[in-house]
Design a protein around this ligand. Structure first.
Ligand code: ATP
Ligand code: FE
Length: 354
């Protein structure tokens, strides 16, 4: 199967072509156009600006993806598009673009859950075999998922407030560092002393796999203001605050992963495997923390390459490929869904973040 995938649920316009079979596919091309500069002046993603930019850019991004793959529309077997969850305007832009192409080229269409795209990425990059435990950590989400099949997810726990990516972004804003906050906070943290400021480790004393990150950014604000009372914020203060904040995130994610893994392994002892996905999985300190937990628990660890951690069309094309391979497809009534939990039994539960 050769599938074109479109992604436009947040602030990245993505298109990609993936070819192969479930568990054995390769990325022929993947084009991502970010919008960081468009939103820079506003301190966050502005939904209307994002939707307009997606609508303007999708055609061109699709054209680039096809040309880099050396293929035309007639070489495709189907079109997959993010149908949610996400910013509704952007999702609608993608869905309309995909419908237009599907109708014009007479191709089957399938709507993909953006989170399924992230959650199935290890199948694309590593040929991971079901089941596995997934930690999905991004700008809008943070949850542990037991992945049993392309459409079978059980949520074991997640954030009850902010997602870690959001906390990184807000921390960067408080310290006047550039967006997206994750990479800039990580870079600062490298020169910082994580022990200088005492950051809390929220919810570690509570049982289970739920997490909380909103208190950490409040702690950054409080400590920043304390430091600024003195001499203003110096370079070293900033680095120390970033290091302390990041160390707290690492500790919380690592400890909760330990618990989620114990639950998972009790049910699936023959398949010891943890995969991480989402933009925050790009963080080296977080990866290292998770690797240590996995080594302790004799569990294989996999993390996609950075370009496939953040939002991209390839993960959508691949998730679509899994569904096309099972004979599923949508029709022209496909609708954009701003909310769309992966675990049907957890609909309405907290832990989505955004
Ligand atoms: P979602 O997938 O939940 O809809 P999103 O699309 O905003 O959210 P991604 O594109 O997967 O999320 O990831 C973006 C987030 O990842 C941003 O919040 C960004 O700060 C964070 N991030 C990127 N690189 C790093 C890093 N090195 N360390 C920590 N966070 C990072
Ligand atoms: Fe995402």
């Amino acid at each position: 199967l050769t599938i074109l995938g479109l992604e436009s649920s947040c602030d990245d316009t993505g298109a990609a072509v993936v070819r192969g079979q479930p568990g054995k596919a390769q990325v022929l091309s993947s084009v991502v156009e970010g919008q960081t500069s468009l939103h820079a002046a506003f301190g966050g993603v502005v939904p209307e600006i994002a939707a307009r930019a997606h609508a303007e850019r999708l055609d061109d991004v699709v054209r680039q993806a096809l040309s880099q793959a050396g293929l035309g529309l007639r070489d495709l077997d189907g079109i997959a598009v993010t149908a949610g969850p996400g910013l509704i305007g952007g999702v609608m832009s993608g869905v309309m673009c995909a419908k237009g192409i599907a109708l014009g080229a007479g191709l089957p269409l399938i709507g993909v859950n953006h989170l399924a795209g992230h959650a199935l990425t290890p199948r694309l990059t590593d040929g991971a075999v079901f089941p596995y435990l997934m930690l999905l950590v991004s700008g809008g989400h943070c949850q542990f998922l037991l992945v049993r099949g392309p459409d079978e997810y059980r949520r074991l726990g997640g954030t009850i407030d902010d997602a870690p990516g959001e906390a990184f972004d807000k921390t960067a804003r408080l310290l006047a560092l550039p967006q997206p906050g994750g990479p800039s906070v990580e870079a600062e943290a490298r020169n910082g002393d994580a022990k200088r400021f005492r950051f809390p480790r929220p919810l570690l004393d509570r049982e289970g796999c739920d997490m909380s990150f909103s208190g950490l950014k409040t702690a950054v604000l409080r400590m920043r203001d304390q430091v600024m009372e003195g001499n203003g914020l110096r370079q070293q203060d900033r680095a120390d605050l970033c290091a302390g904040f990041q160390a707290a995130v690492v500790d919380v994610l690592a400890e909760k992963t330990r618990r989620a893994l114990a639950l998972y392994l009790a049910e699936n002892p023959a398949q010891p495997m943890l995969a991480v996905a989402g933009g925050v999985a790009a963080n080296k300190a977080i990866r290292a923390g998770l690797e240590t937990v996995c080594a302790d628990m004799h569990t294989a660890f996999t993390a996609p390459p950075l370009a496939l951690c953040t939002d991209n069309g390839a993960m959508i094309a691949y998730a679509g490929l899994e569904r096309f391979a099972r004979g599923e497809r949508d029709d022209m009534t496909l609708a954009a869904r701003p909310r769309w939990p992966l675990d049907r039994s957890s609909a309405g539960m907290l832990g989505g973040g955004r």
